[in-house]
Write a protein that binds this ligand. Structure first.
Ligand code: WTA
Length: 631
């Protein structure tokens, strides 16, 4: 199923459009099924109902583990690089990983987990995180991984939304020179989570933790009570595999649902093709498993293809800005998949961290999560890839399950800051505000997808109507991505960023409404409005306009109180970069905040505010501009 020439890409693409069922049916033959499907696809974007490989039975872990044992059992599946560069790295072969997953799957069963149960995972980037994820899949439990940077309240909301029965966590996590007390955060979260019966705690940093009798058990103790034989649960192709919460433009984060069969096929197919993965190569994705990139391209995609996947616990700047390059050299990394924000941050340290580093193993480079600016693209290309390694700028989303628009390494001619062309099976279209297709090249519009692909979301957990409203109602019969996009003269796609109220801060998706809600929870705040503004390293920064007539202490202290509130409610990743206190917000007569104007002010572009005559009180704008100048 690997595409090796541009001609083959064109042929495969054509086939995937003309006969999608035949195309994906053939791709799916490369995976291991217990029972074949009777229908490749049935779909309807209106309800929406999407089913792939109907009737088929499988377990994704048999594809990620068991099927590699006979010939590749001793091959490294995961290479773990700890936060501390002095500590030993750990290699788990497929055989070892299989054994540990089975053992931990038995621990889950021993603690009452059954097929269909939801399990929340809140862990550091250690091998046990991948093991926990796979162990859930092994027994047919649905994992909901929550990124280690979220607050107790965010975790509680997610646990309650999915009615999780179990939580898997660790005492703490290392992040650079910091320690994060994960179990403490979980303890706070679980106060408000009546469905959680058990909490399994891994010892990692060995900081003191409270262990509640009857609820909390140690990972290390539990594994002693079980053996490592665990037959994989037989799953229907459309059974739930996982839920992953992600931010949208309104309300609380939604639980994006992915199912077993289609997701597996799509993650595996895109992994092997986009990165042109060759057997024996070492692949390093720097994302966290708490995000979709880690799910699809640290765990499921690479392991389903028998690849060697590096799992890194730390951060790019600890102990210094050479860390990524040291890892590349140490593990002879062939493919490095990272985010533009990391590249920009490392660029800012200049040439010194690169000196004397051996990049000769690098064959393919990848970028994900946000638009990559040309400067970062060229730096990556020249300094890391020595202009020899193709850069795959991969556009996709939590909802798409896998990469959608991207070069295929060694096959597709690249162009700086372009995600280039749709992968086989993906039919993008650009539409105007009214949903009319914008045809031809040299155009831009809102990016939609007009035909299903196996990795797409099936629903939002517990609220199908929300899935329909968010993705399938803006434009009739189309999946709406929320992204703006241009298609140049060559038919190449360039993603220009979100067109809705979703921010992309350091590659993290954050809803403006969520941040506003968090700010508004601060006692002194009456109202707030949040917008994004261009930020050199983060891509976008968070700018909050806040009405808060009462201050405790001075302005700076009140700002810190607000930041602390946001950290409590969402997590540190959502802290505004700038807070401006104002006496009013620009609203239309119907009470809607005109963010367009606030965005301009946040960008410092006050000369071009456009028409403000429809505002209830146009004077407010001048006032805000004055306060902005003063601060
Ligand atoms: C943005 C991350 C430009 C986009 C996999 C999308 C990108 C959102 C790219 C999804 C890219 C992701 N170029 N923008 N290569 N990749 N995005 O759900 O706005 O965390 O809608 O999934 O990130 O973010 P999410």
């Amino acid at each position: 199923m690997q595409i090796t020439s541009f001609k083959q890409y064109e042929e495969d693409y054509k086939k995937s459009v003309e006969n999608p069922e035949q195309f994906w049916g053939e791709v799916a033959q490369n995976f291991q099924w217990r029972k074949p499907w009777y229908k490749v696809l049935s779909w309807d974007f209106e309800t929406p109902t999407i089913k792939w490989f109907e009737g088929a039975k499988l377990n994704i872990t048999e594809n990620c583990l068991d099927r590699h044992l006979a010939n590749n059992g001793d091959k490294p599946a995961i290479i773990w690089e700890p936060n501390n560069p002095e500590a030993e790295s750990v290699t788990l072969t497929y055989k070892m990983l299989h054994e540990r997953v089975c053992r931990f799957a038995n621990v889950l069963k021993r603690n009452g987990a059954q097929k269909g149960d939801r399990i929340c995972i809140y862990m550091p980037m250690v091998p046990e995180l991948a093991i926990a994820v796979l162990a859930c899949a092994r027994i047919g439990a649905v994992h909901s991984v929550v990124f280690g940077g979220f607050s107790a309240k965010s975790i509680a909301d997610r646990i309650n939304d999915a009615q999780c029965k179990l939580v898997i966590t660790a005492d703490g996590a290392y992040r650079g020179n910091k320690q994060i007390p994960l179990k403490d955060v979980i303890d706070d979260a679980l106060i408000g989570c009546p469905t959680v019966a058990k909490c399994i705690v891994l010892t990692h940093v060995r900081t003191p933790v409270s262990m509640l009798k009857g609820r909390d058990v140690w990972w290390e103790d539990e594994v002693k009570h079980v053996n490592d034989v665990c037959e994989a649960e037989e799953m229907d192709a459309e059974d739930l595999l996982f839920i992953l919460y992600t931010s949208g433009s309104t309300g609380k984060p939604k639980g994006v649902v992915h199912t077993c069969g289609g997701y597996m096929v799509y993650a595996g197919y895109t992994f092997t093709n986009v990165f042109n993965y060759q057997p024996g190569e070492v692949y390093f994705c720097t994302a966290d498993i708490g995000w979709i990139t880690g799910h699809s391209y640290i765990v499921y995609g690479p392991l389903s293809q028998g690849a060697t996947s590096v799992l890194f616990e730390g951060i790019p700047t600890y102990p210094n800005a050479s860390r990524f390059w040291d890892i590349v050299e140490k593990h002879k990394v062939n493919t490095l998949y990272t985010a533009p924000t990391a590249i920009r941050s490392l660029m800012s340290f200049g040439e010194e961290p690169l000196e004397g580093k051996d990049f000769s193993s690098i064959r393919v480079l990848g970028s994900v999560g946000e638009p990559i600016n040309e400067e970062a693209w060229h730096w990556f290309d020249e300094k890391i890839g020595d202009k020899k390694a193709p850069i795959v700028d991969t556009w996709w989303q939590t909802e798409t399950g896998g990469i959608m628009i991207s070069p295929i390494a060694t096959v597709t001619p690249t162009k700086p800051s372009f995600a280039t062309l749709p992968l086989p099976g993906i039919q993008p279209i650009l539409v105007d505000e009214n949903g009319n297709e914008i045809e031809g090249n040299g155009v831009s519009g809102n990016l939609c997808i007009k035909f299903p692909w196996p990795g797409m979301l099936r629903t939002t957990y517990g609220d199908h109507e929300r899935c329909k409203q968010t993705y399938f109602s803006t434009y009739e019969n189309l999946y709406f991505t929320g992204d703006g996009c241009l298609r140049d003269e060559d038919g190449y796609y360039r993603i220009t960023g979100r067109v809705d109220d979703v921010l992309n801060v350091s590659g993290h998706r954050i809803g403006t409404a969520e941040v506003e809600n968090a700010i508004n929870m601060h006692a002194g705040v009456i109202e707030s409005a949040v917008v994004g503004y261009p930020h050199d390293v983060k891509g976008q920064g968070i700018f909050a306009f806040v009405i808060s007539p009462e201050m405790h202490g001075d302005v700076e202290l009140t700002k810190k109180d607000i930041l602390q509130t946001v950290t409590r409610v969402i997590g540190a990743i959502a802290k505004p970069d700038k807070i401006l206190f104002v006496s009013g917000l620009p609203k239309t007569r119907s009470g809607k905040i005109m963010r367009r104007i606030l965005r301009k002010i946040a960008e410092g572009d006050t000369a071009n505010l456009g028409d403000i005559s429809t505002l209830l009180d146009p004077n407010v704008v001048q006032e805000i501009i004055e306060s902005a100048k003063k601060s």
